[in-house]
Design a protein around this ligand. Sequence first.
Ligand SMILES: [Fe+2]
Ligand SMILES: [Fe+2]
Length: 403
Amino acid sequence: MPTLPLSKARAGMVLAADAESLDGNYRLEAGLELSDGHLRLLRGWHVAAIDVKNDDASPPAPSRDAPEAAILERFAHLPADEPVVAALRRLALDRAATLPPPPPCPIPSAKAATPAALAPERILANDPVLVSLPEVFMRIREVLSDPDSTVEEAAAVIGKDPSLTAKLLKLVNSAFYARTMRVSGGLPPGAVDSLSRAVMLLGLNQLSTLAMGVSVLPLFKDIPPECIDMRQFWRHSVAVGLVAKLLASRLGDPSPERFFVAGLLHDIGRLVLYKQQPAASAAALARAAATGRLLVDVEREMFGFDHGKLGGMLLRKWRFPESLEQAVWRHHDPLGGEVPLEPALICVADMIAGATLSGGSGERLTPRFLPEVWRIAAISPGELPELVVMAESHLDVVCAMFA
Ligand SMILES: [Fe+2]
Ligand SMILES: [Fe+2]
């Protein structure tokens, strides 16, 4: 039973003894064949060495059918003969090679007691970072709530944060924005090189909403890697934002930017949970993986609320516009609120992106199919391939802006 420094461990080796995180909250069990994902987890747990059965193992040859089988598993809980589900499954199978397998799931140790019910208010109140917002955020909020604000004032407020300004200008100059603005006849030739020009093009309200959404992202930089790969998390968030904005534009919505921001922030409640309650979150991820159930259902069962509600409460606390708060709060239950349009488009975008685009926030399955919600989004199965290709073509570029 050789003991190996983690740097020498390779995929395909089999653990001879349990490997635990330093704090004892997470462990991988003896007998497990290590994948690259497991090795990433162990590095994130700062494990120095592991006991393996076979230190000469070579990585197993990937089975040709493995990606297809993994995708079919992600659709197993959905009605197979429903045209939308069939179309999404076909699209997912077509892109099987580009969709990574579900991440390995940490097994919470016995020490990670699961609280019967956490109070979302307490979780939000306990995080000092979440209660102190960036200065620029609060100033933008003031500008947004003042009907007499001018373009120059908004540009001056946002311009005080150079990193935010750079991100916004890159975003507005990206091909995704160029296309949507060209369609609406709003994009003149040449680059958008100043904030005032960006405000004039997008409108004060839309650029400010975008700036508010982007300005809170740095608050979630220090999430421990045990539960979630942050690159994959933001990739999923951006993918949902891109799809939601395309869906809103198709419906002729005059301010589709809020749908991009709602998509960007829709699973932010999960980040709060991963940050504030890592052991309970690991337990929920493990239970969902072991039982083949949706993570959102397991959250409701274990915590008494889901990540949508927690994220919505956070946005309410930050006094985001109510439509954004509701889109995030209700994205797994769009018909439970008063105005279903925003949450419905996020719900549909989450299902499309979750099924066909890379990235993920911890959910291993394709989100639930809600026929009434798809009727609100008014998109047919035949229109899905073009929509997915469109969102996918901008995903890398937009993700790179948030890196
Ligand atoms: Fe979600
Ligand atoms: Fe999601």
